[in-house]
Design a protein around this ligand. Structure first.
Ligand SMILES: *Cc1c(COP(=O)(O)O)cnc(C)c1O
Length: 387
């Protein structure tokens, strides 16, 4: 049972070993390693699962974002609104294209883009909004889409962590994460909810014209062989990765249900610990718990708990230790500490507990008990009395 790693990719392979080995063998036998039937078949299955018209493959989630920005025609100097709390790719791809990332703070409960701040962040140069659907639930897409519509902005979803979650609109319509904006982007990095055994990514769109643009940009800007209409990039999904993803896609619902079950268990077990804020679940999106991120009262308390869990052989992670406006690489944007106070505070106080389908009930019970012990001990530790 111990140690408990933060992810267990080998266990995830062993659970499907025969099918995955057969899929890889099939690719080796076919001699087709790039594009071809495996990639097309996987994209069709994913499109049908998500109920979206087009799924276009690419090499990774970061490329997906870059291709999306290029596909909607963003140009150097255009402003693109990105939450200050999230993974770096959305900002990185923007800067590589000469776009200006304009950060926006997040909601202190959901950790997601605070749509209430959008109107004040939009300028005459704003061209797009990138909701990052962090940790497994989607941003408030109904509100974001309405504002984008009013100002004529593109919406490019970063759904690398939310595959399989869906939003509910006030019309009661439900839509899968990544299929609501103009383009959705995802990653099949091995630890994502749907992960391959290497790098992989995809873009989603319901727009035929954008689908063609995406296809061309990801293939050296070609329309037809050696006909380079514009400068593109080279970004492909390997056939072997697609074959592995085709084995895993039918398991995604089961995986996400198990993640939810573990989250429910943590919620219930940790509810008596008043020093811990459990993940908030929005009413507008279902949650697929890519991460289970708790908040402690301070950075010191967070680090103390992390150390204690580590001594008890439980791996945890800090997602994320820094907001996107403060790393050195982005200092040219001129931001300072205090610019996005909610994002900054979450970075100080957050801690991600292990959450993946292969965790056993025994392991999650041990994690919860270890946390309860820690806080009880601190309350009753005799060395605390009289000081
Ligand atoms: C993983 C991830 C990415 C990047 O995906 P890669 O495949 O590693 O390039 C982008 N955004 C978010 C939110 C992610 O979690």
């Amino acid at each position: 049972m111990l140690p408990i790693p933060f992810n267990d990719l080998k266990a995830s392979y062993l659970n499907l070993q025969a099918e995955i080995d057969a899929a890889i063998r099939r690719c080796l036998d076919s001699g087709v390693f790039i594009n071809g039937a495996e990639v097309e078949g996987f994209c069709r299955s994913l499109a049908s699962y998500l109920d979206v018209k087009h799924v276009l493959p690419c090499a990774n989630g970061t490329d997906a974002l870059q291709i999306a920005y290029m596909a909607v025609g963003l140009k150097a100097g255009d402003e693109i609104i990105i939450p200050a709390f999230g993974y770096v790719s959305a900002a990185e791809a923007a800067v590589l294209l000469g776009l200006k990332p304009v950060f926006i703070d997040v909601n202190p409960k959901t950790f997601l883009l605070d749509e209430g701040l959008l109107e004040n962040t939009i300028t005459s140069k704003t061209k797009a909004i990138v909701p990052i659907h962090l940790f497994g639930q989607s941003c408030n897409m109904e509100a974001i889409l309405a504002i984008a519509d009013k100002h004529g902005l593109y919406v490019i979803e970063d759904s690398a962590q939310s595959l399989g979650s869906y939003s509910t609109f006030s019309s009661r319509k439900k839509q899968a994460s990544g299929t609501m904006g103009n383009i959705g982007c995802t990653s099949f990095f091995p630890t994502k909810n749907l992960g391959c055994f290497g790098d992989g990514g995809a873009l989603f769109t319901n727009d035929d014209w954008l689908a063609e643009r995406i296809r061309s940009i990801a293939s050296h800007g070609q329309s037809g062989k050696y006909n380079h209409e514009e400068v593109g990039i080279n970004s492909r999904l390997d056939a072997i990765q697609a074959a592995i993803l085709s084995v895993k896609l039918p398991q995604l619902e089961k995986y996400n249900t198990r993640r939810l079950e573990i989250a429910d268990f943590y919620d219930q077990q940790l509810s008596s610990i008043e020093q811990i804020e459990r993940p908030f679940r929005t009413a507008v999106s279902s949650h697929v718990f890519h991460q289970y991120v708790i908040l402690l009262s301070s950075g010191k308390a967070r680090n103390g708990l992390k150390d204690h869990l580590s001594r008890s052989q439980i791996a945890t992670q800090i997602y994320y230790p820094k907001p996107l406006h403060l790393p050195k690489a982005y200092s040219f944007l001129g931001h300072a500490a205090g610019d996005f106070p909610v994002a900054e505070e979450i970075c100080q106080r957050c801690l991600a507990l292990p959450i993946y389908p292969e965790l056993s009930n025994e392991q999650i019970a041990y994690i919860a008990d270890t946390m309860k012990d820690f806080f009880n001990e601190r309350v009753t530790d005799p060395s605390f009395s009289g000081c």
